[in-house]
Design a protein around this ligand. Structure first.
Ligand code: GNR
Ligand code: NI
Length: 173
């Protein structure tokens, strides 16, 4: 289960529209395994396939609070089929934008349709951290980042900072 390198801002891959999975084969199972390894190593509570460079509609997630009770979830082709009028604000971060956190307002509750690792369809309701995380991950599948919800001033500042950092790393290499 190798840990994969994360795709970081301002990499244009993060703006791709990820493609639906047609069925779960060996390659998709390996992708999910690698994504769990990468997500837990980071550590993060969610990961979209594009963050490891694969433009498929695959998400891993674990919003459990304690380390000793892992609750791994793999979401294939997740779709938000309903969201509440009621909103909530949560501080968000993203593994593709390391060590940057900002408050984002999103629907408080959602209804999620997805397929599991056996390609079986499920529909669940989510609220709290799970609802926030699902919305953040589904956004990734559509090329949207949480900084897109901030003011243009804040967003431009963040992009500039990470562009500089990427250039510095490039020159090192
Ligand atoms: O690890 C993560 N934490 C987090 C916190 C608040 C809202 C969303 C997230 S997702 C993030 C991992 C990530 O970048 N997933 O795409
Ligand atoms: Ni993210």
């Amino acid at each position: 289960m190798p840990v994969k390198p994360l795709v970081l801002l301002p990499d244009s891959q993060l703006r791709l529209l990820s493609k639906p999975v047609e069925g779960v084969d060996k390659a998709v199972r390996k992708l999910v395994d690698d994504m769990f390894a990468t997500m837990y190593a980071a550590p993060g509570i969610g990961l979209a396939a594009i963050q490891v460079g694969t433009p498929l509609r695959v998400v891993t997630m674990d919003v459990s609070k304690r380390d000793d009770t892992q609750e791994p979830m793999a979401l294939i082709n997740p779709e938000i089929v309903w969201s509440s009028e009621e909103m909530r604000v949560m501080e968000e971060g993203c593994l593709s934008i390391p060590e940057y956190y900002e408050s984002v307002e999103r629907p408080d509750k959602i209804r999620l349709r997805y397929r599991d690792i056996d390609f079986k369809e499920h529909e669940i309701e989510a609220d709290g951290v799970l609802a926030t995380c699902v919305q953040h991950e589904v956004d990734h599948l559509n090329g949207i980042l949480f900084i897109d919800y901030l003011s243009k001033l804040k967003r431009d500042r963040v992009i500039k900072k990470y562009t500089k950092l990427a250039k510095m790393k490039d020159e090192e290499a």
